[in-house]
Design a binder for this molecule. Structure first.
Ligand code: GDP
Ligand code: GDP
Length: 437
């Protein structure tokens, strides 16, 4: 279940980014922080009581047309309506109700999303009466807040979380493989979805609509059932804000959260760019199985070395994901598209694999015998026992005499041994080192 999304909407200068910064917990690392450009920090996660959520500051939309403030506001509202579960509509209590506020209200009223009005800059008790005008917006009680002092946020958040959708249990069988396609705009995700679903042996059984935005597609082959997560996002095209790359990130994050296997789609024609790395990095950090799908291979000028060179480039760029297999495809000509699902099966199997403890311990003992842990100031690391504690991703605990003695490079060595022995293709694995006397 992915976290609910809160979007903050409002005309410029009402204090959206101030409030965003107050509500934001940990920043999502893949959104780059450029110094001085707070507007790049448009996503974060936050927490209130038992709820955690994603937060979008829609103020990050920039458009080229000068003075097109209405256009800007419209796009922000559109983004919020499409992406958010609850919208905080922020207005300025010092300035009072404006025409632009009414314009935003009109747009928001046309959607069915819950909207909570926050009247910002209510810096003292005397100003409380300024909120009454905002009843006219038609969204119920306005909540007075002050970004400057941080007041009123608790009541506002209580109201906001009360509108979060109920946790829906997704009743997919355990053996269904959940697949997400991620990648920057125009790499060919939608085309690939169509190509995969159009394969002869694939039967699309239904499209499971939930009360939330995400619409998943269920399909199967003779061997296996799959869910393609958030296919709605790939069909919903043509929104201007989607071309703003940073806003496509949130979709990717949510899709990754809901997936077992992530297809990291790369444009073979334009090559690997920084944004590809950030998106792939998130799949890695989230512990998902991954496959690099290099698309548009039909229009790449190539000789017998091109594929190898491109693969090498991927390995160089994605050092941390050396486990992920690579496939070169064309959604357009369907070349090798039929190899994708078999690869998905394979990496999903690794991702969910549980190994037997005695075998694991034999492998660790052999690895230690071949290459003993280095000693540190006369003390030597002793590995007493190893066991797998989780799947998806496979997670191992090594019980040792002193965790401080475990070095990164040795841990890497053991990880590789485990990987090679059990053939953990396509999945990250995690190693936890714990003390045991
Ligand atoms: P945004 O354009 O909606 O994101 O607005 P900002 O967060 O950039 O804030 C616009 C201006 O309002 C800044 O100068 C803030 O310091 C100021 N501001 C934000 N919150 C408050 C508040 O609660 N009280 C007062 N007096 N000023 C505030
Ligand atoms: P998305 O934004 O990642 O969903 O990308 P789309 O599926 O909308 O594709 C973007 C553009 O690339 C469209 O014009 C597609 O026709 C084109 N395209 C997608 N896959 C291929 C491919 O394999 N080969 C070629 N030549 N063009 C492709």
């Amino acid at each position: 279940m992915s976290k609910p999304v809160i979007a903050i909407v409002g005309r410029p200068n009402v204090g959206k980014s101030t409030i965003f910064n107050r509500l934001a917990g940990e920043r999502i690392a893949i959104v780059e922080d450029k110094p001085g450009v707070t507007r790049d920090r448009i996503y974060s996660t936050g927490e209130w009581l038992t709820h955690s959520f994603h937060l979008i500051d829609t103020g990050g939309i920039e458009i080229d047309v000068e003075n097109e403030i209405l256009m800007l506001i419209r796009q922000q509202a559109e983004l919020a309506i499409d992406e958010a579960d609850v919208i905080i509509f922020m207005v300025d209590g010092k300035v009072g109700l404006t025409e632009q506020d009414k314009e935003i209200a009109n747009i928001l009223h046309r959607s069915k999303k819950p909207v909570v009005v926050a009247v910002n800059k209510i810096d003292n008790i005397k100003m409380q009466q300024e909120i009454y005008d905002f009843y006219a917006l038609g969204f119920g009680d306005p909540y007075p807040i002050s970004g400057a002092h941080g007041t009123g946020l608790g009541d506002l958040l209580d109201e906001v979380v009360s509108h979060f959708p109920d946790e829906e249990e997704e009743n997919y069988d355990d053996d269904v493989i959940r697949v997400a396609l991620i990648g920057r705009p125009n790499v060919g995700k939608s085309s690939l979805v169509n190509a995969i679903l159009g394969e002869e042996r694939v039967i699309v059984s239904n499209v499971a609509g939930t009360t939330r935005d995400a619409v998943d597609t269920l399909f199967s082959t003779d061997e296996q059932d799959y869910v393609l997560v958030d296919t709605a996002g790939m069909r919903k095209k043509g929104k201007v804000y989607e071309t703003t790359e940073k806003y496509s990130v949130l979709r990717a994050l949510k899709a990754i959260e809901n997936a077992d296997v992530v297809l990291v789609v790369i444009d073979g024609h334009s090559g690997v760019i920084e944004q590809d790395k950030r998106i792939a990095g998130y799949a890695h950090e989230a512990g998902k199985a991954s496959i690099f799908v290099v698309n548009k291979w039909d229009i790449v000028e190539k000789d017998d070395k091109t594929m190898h060179q491109f693969a090498q480039k991927i390995r160089d760029h994605f050092l941390f994901m050396s486990y992920a297999p690579i496939v070169f495809v064309s959604a357009k000509t369907k070349q090798r598209v039929n190899q994708i699902l078999p690869m998905v099966n394979e990496v999903a199997e690794s991702h969910a694999m549980r190994v037997q403890t005695p075998v694991l311990n034999d492998i660790i003992s052999d690895a230690v015998a071949i290459n003993p842990p280095p000693s540190d100031k006369g003390k030597r690391l002793k590995i007493k026992y190893a066991t797998q504690v989780a799947v998806k991703p496979p997670t191992f605990v090594l019980f040792v005499n002193d965790p401080e003695l475990m070095h990164f490079s040795y841990e890497r060595y053991l990880e590789n041994k485990i990987r090679d022995s059990f053939h953990f293709e396509g999945t990250p694995i995690r190693i936890l080192v714990r003390k045991k006397n």
